[in-house]
Design a protein around this ligand. Structure first.
Ligand code: AMP
Ligand code: MG
Length: 491
């Protein structure tokens, strides 16, 4: 047992017996911290000194603090549309819950900590490249203001792990509002274990929506809350060109945080059909399909909650749930439009704004225009300099016509021009985890053990909106010879 004065709470273990397996992390030969998020540790009020060999032994799970009750959570999920009744933490553990100085509860969770009863033949391990990728992208998302699990630490274990060849074994210690997923409820709904289903739903409501606890319609209201959070989340993803890549229902949280950065990547040029994941052969999780999948996944959540919504009247429960799910596209469009208006520098709302944004996307399509740079250059166009923006286009005819519509709309928007430009640059990032940059830093770390490039990129991405001197290379699109980008599931 570790000597650190970690005051874990274990509400999941205490309240949800039967919904997990108590488990221990593997002992590993040489745990070593390769990244430690000191700012996050301080924010969470964690004990000092974790950035040390003893801290590494704790953070890889092999030397848990006194009072920890590590466990592997059970969950199910639809993977690429097909239901898997038992997934669960196959290479992860909930180490414990931290209550921060502001009273907020977070899971401290390990990925790559060894096999569990949910491993289904997998080795339970993770390797350094994907662990650093999750660290980097999660922290980038946080800096972008997008709800996400956070990265607390990345460690190498001293083991060699077989993937395509041998790779350095690694563990990610991550922090989340919870790891409750759509698939957590599906696990119990699919088994008709309604008692446990209710206990998990009650736990989720108490943890994420405590104001609903005493309501008679709490399960329906909870469904509406998760819909709100997920709709807002996916709207934010779309606004920055984020492609999650594996939006299975086990990778969709009830808290509304982005989770499980496996084959994710940021779109470079605007194309709705953008897919990066090697296993997504039919484009189910393509950039432009994410809002439709959002609704599909939320329908699976609604199905799982049906037995609780109105146990005595299944028809009534179904009608209520269907009404919620049918409203998702409209709610999504509204949330997305809020983001897109801000990206265009609009502080006011007009009925024609949706058509204005649709017109923009039509003008971007097929032009090979870098999605991120377009909006930064649009802010310069707002200042009067259209040239950098026009230079992004092979054929500027459509965008020139669109810019006239946009300028006409700006005339009816109350913001002062200088305030508008500043506001645009606060929502349109300049530095994102571009695929070619991520590849270079992961390669340096995995093949050469050089973490310097990773740390520099992490540092740049910590402030994505402020242009800084000397960082031009981080803002540029991939070189032409980079080629199509393919990502692999985070194993
Ligand atoms: P993911 O695609 O990472 O969301 O994982 C889907 C399921 O596969 C989860 O139940 C994981 O715990 C499990 N899994 C993924 N990789 C491994 C592995 N290397 N060993 C055991 N289980 C794994
Ligand atoms: Mg997952």
């Amino acid at each position: 047992m570790s000597d650190f004065a970690f005051r874990f709470d274990n509400s999941y273990a205490r309240e949800l017996a039967g919904c997990y397996v108590p488990w221990r992390a593997d002992r590993v030969p040489a745990p070593r911290l390769v990244a430690f998020n000191a700012a996050l540790a301080a924010e969470l009020g964690l004990p000092a000194g974790l950035d040390s060999p003893a801290g590494a032994a704790l953070l890889c799970g092999m030397d848990p603090p006194v009072g920890a009750q590590p466990l592997a959570q059970a969950y199910a999920g639809h993977q690429f549309g097909a239901f898997s009744p038992q997934l669960g933490d196959g290479r992860a553990l909930l180490l414990g819950e931290i209550v921060d100085p502001r009273g907020r509860r977070f899971d401290l969770h390990l990925k790559g900590s060894g096999p569990t009863p949910f491993s289904r033949g997998g080795d339970g391990k993770a390797v350094l490249g994907p662990v650093l990728r999750e660290y980097l992208v999660a922290e980038a998302m946080h800096a972008l203001g997008i709800p996400t699990t956070r990265a607390l630490a990345a460690l190498t274990t001293g083991e060699a792990v077989r993937r395509e060849g041998l790779k350095p074994g690694a563990v990610l210690a991550r922090v989340a509002a919870s790891h409750l997923r759509v698939g957590t409820l599906q696990f119990f709904a699919a088994r008709d274990e309604h008692g446990r289903l209710r206990r998990v739903a009650d736990y989720a409501i108490a943890r994420h929506d405590p104001d609903l606890v005493d309501r008679d319609d709490c399960y329906l209201a909870f469904l509406a809350r998760v819909i709100d959070r997920q709709v807002a989340l996916v709207a934010q993803w779309m606004a920055v060109g984020f492609v999650h890549g594996v939006m299975n229902t086990d990778n969709m949280t009830l808290s509304g945080e982005t989770i499980d950065y496996g084959p994710c990547a940021f779109m470079d040029h605007y194309a709705p059909a953008t897919v990066f994941s090697s296993i997504d052969r039919h484009g189910r999780y393509a950039y432009g399909n994410q809002p439709a999948i959002l609704q599909w996944n939320l329908a699976r959540l609604a199905e799982a909650l049906l037995p609780l919504i109105d146990p005595d009247n299944p028809d009534c429960a179904l009608a209520l749930a269907v009404a919620e799910i049918e409203a998702v596209p409209e709610r999504y469009r509204a949330a997305w439009l809020v983001r897109m208006r801000a990206k265009l520098g609009l502080a006011s709302a007009e009925a024609g704004d949706g058509a204005l944004v649709d017109g923009l996307l039509a003008a971007l399509e097929g032009q090979g225009v870098d999605f991120t740079l377009f909006f930064r250059h649009l802010a310069r166009a707002a200042e009067g300099d259209e040239l950098p923006l026009l230079a992004l286009f092979d054929n500027a005819r459509d965008i020139t016509a669109w810019l006239l519509r946009w300028r006409e709309r700006l005339l009816r928007d109350p913001q002062e021009p200088a305030a508008r430009v500043a506001a645009m640059n606060r929502v349109n990032p300049l530095y994102i985890p571009r695929n070619h940059l991520v590849e270079v830093v992961l390669q340096a770390a995995e093949a050469e053990g050089d973490l310097g490039p990773f740390r520099r990129l992490l540092d740049v991405l910590a402030d994505p909106y402020t242009e800084r001197p000397g960082l031009d290379d981080y803002a540029r699109p991939a070189p032409d010879d980079f080629g199509p980008y393919v990502t692999f599931c985070g194993t």
